[in-house]
Unconditional design. Structure first.
Lengths: 341, 341
DNA sequence: GCAGCAAGGGTAAACGTTTACCCTCAACAA
DNA sequence: TTGTTGAGGGTAAACGTTTACCCTTGCTGC
């Protein structure tokens, strides 16, 4: 426990710094930095070799703090999810993390609970962290968001578009087409008056799906009566589905299928039906197609959204030198049919 | 686009620095720092007020980079999860994030895929980030882990204990007691020869559960024959359950209940049974009791693990001045009975 | 009258990087 | 000979904090 720390000594259990590497390689700090950052024409092959060896021997890694301070930018990418308990968000987060890592970036995951206050709190924190980019998994309108839009930090919106600017960077599927696909499939299978259960229409994705479905049925000559379009004001998707199914039963509604704007909503509705005195068996449609569906919901036809590839798209948008704004990555979807039970 | 940047000017769209605050409040940088860090007896009430006002006006937040560099420690807490797609891990991560935030810490979530190489990669990265602590959601043995154990960074193991040191900091339930609870409940309900499906025994949690169940049945005079204890070498819990159920059918095994060491395993087994020609209805037990169970698995009795409170426990361990190692937080569990269908 | 102390606050070093700028040397052209 | 150029590499400033150390002032106790 003696007080030895002579500035350039190899450092006991400490993490090696660039100075240690420089000393060991017999060059200046600047040279080490240049070698590590691949600045050409600034070091002979021999010097490069010496530096690399010193780095390996000391198991050196540049300090993030030092780097961030100097370049006024960190390697952190914030992912602000509206609800981490939602398996969909978790899936996107997981794929994003992998893709970011390949670029040497680090994902910071936050749960905004769809709360503007909390979202702002995180945005402030991430500004203090000098985050490289901010990814929204279900953004909500908020003052800080307005303030940061147009700022230097790239803002990327996944699934749900920027509530304040429909042209912001976006990764997701073509929700209008997906809605049409579901309607087309249902119509082709003889469905004529489905009930439509949707999440809050604040989300651009939900809105697009609902509109496309309603319009498709109307265009086919089978308009969906407003009484069959439900969006109970519950907080969770599961509860929304459950409540809607109960409403339908209470009103003695007549419908020949259930179309839900999300799988979890479908789970909720299905649960109510199963619990009811005389469970009926009718086609149920959802969106997302969580991997768990094959195991727990073989009764659910769902639009498969390739969440596993979302991360790659997000990472690409971050890496690009975003020349002229307005970028979007529209990924392919596919309706997966399941109808046993 | 003129090149104005006179060191202390209010900074255009830039984030305000402590120097800006000091200038605005008419005090030195040191004073601002002391006020913000609550150092007593170093500023008059009036000065404190002026500083706070300047902070508010500039919407100032200390730069994480500057802080980290100076104090050789960041506010990042790494959470290394074995598998983010597992809803259980996601639930723990979500609660941890909330608890950490209350302490002004930031969670960094990583997915190690149960791979020692990847876990080491993350450990290295987090050392470079000077992480405040590292939380393992399912740790696996690895060289870097051995190296960091005993180092200055607190290592906290959740659910699964440190594979290299059973006395490391731990948050989880009493798995032995949980296993006994399941066995007791099953025995009390007339179950005499259950099949036991388990995940890889590398996990201390799984091992404890399996042993407790086997011993309990043996003690009750109804030993479980080895042929009814299965642990197929699949990668995913779902696949393990599915494969095990198939094995049982193939061998024409005789069992009156299914006990699985995880809910997802139960999902897999249940799926196989449902798909089979003549689905049988028999009690199924699991562990975890994911919130989704109420909605998608009303047939599953499961040990409810209070994942929502895990985060708080983790945060407490991090905050504590861990005087004398060997700390653990054993949280209460409860068997939730479901047996419709 | 003065030593001692506490309150209040400023100065400057240090943390680990990156990079603008400078220097030297050799090669080469005029 | 004298410039010019390019490679190779060192010096030092700057990024935003925290904190050890110093200084001044007013008060207390003797």
């Amino acid at each position: 426990m003696t007080m030895r720390r002579t500035a350039l000594k190899p450092a006991d259990a400490q993490q090696a710094s660039i100075a240690n590497v420089a000393e060991r390689a017999g060059v200046s700090i600047a040279t080490v930095s240049r070698v590590l950052n691949g600045i050409a024409n600034k070091a002979s092959a021999e010097t490069v070799a010496r530096v690399r060896q010193a780095v390996a021997e000391l198991d050196y890694r540049p300090s993030s703090a030092g780097k961030s301070l100097r370049q006024r930018q960190s390697r952190l990418v914030a992912v602000l999810a509206a609800n981490l308990a939602n398996p969909t968000m978790a899936a996107i987060a997981a794929s994003t993390e992998v893709a970011l890592r390949q670029q040497g970036l680090v994902m910071v995951l936050c749960d905004t609970h769809d709360d503007p206050k909390l979202q702002d709190e995180y945005l402030r924190e991430m500004r203090a962290q000098q985050a490289r980019a901010i990814v929204f998994l279900g953004a909500v309108a908020s003052p800080m968001l307005d303030l940061m839009r147009g700022g230097p930090t790239p803002l990327i919106f996944v699934n749900r578009r920027d509530p304040g600017d429909p042209n912001g960077d976006f990764v997701g599927i073509d929700n209008v087409q997906a809605g049409r696909d579901v309607a087309t499939h249902a119509l082709a299978h003889g469905i004529r008056h489905p009930a439509l259960i949707h999440a809050p229409l604040a989300s651009s994705a939900t809105r697009a799906r609902v509109e496309a479905i309603v319009e498709s049925f109307a265009a086919a000559g089978h308009p969906i009566p407003p009484s069959l379009v439900l969006g109970p004001a519950e907080k969770e998707h599961l509860a929304i589905g459950y409540a809607a199914a109960r409403l339908l039963q209470r009103d003695g509604a007549d419908y020949d299928a259930l179309i839900c704007t999300g799988d979890l909503i479908a789970f909720g509705a299905h649960r109510f039906i199963e619990e009811s005195a005389r469970p009926v068996s009718l086609p149920i449609y959802g969106f997302d197609d969580n991997p768990l569906n094959d195991w727990v919901a073989p009764w659910l036809s769902s639009v498969l959204i390739p969440y596993g590839t979302f991360g790659q798209a997000v990472a690409e948008l971050i890496a690009e030198d975003r020349e002229g704004g307005d970028r979007e990555r529209v990924l392919p979807h596919k309706l997966v049919e399941r109808r046993r039970s």
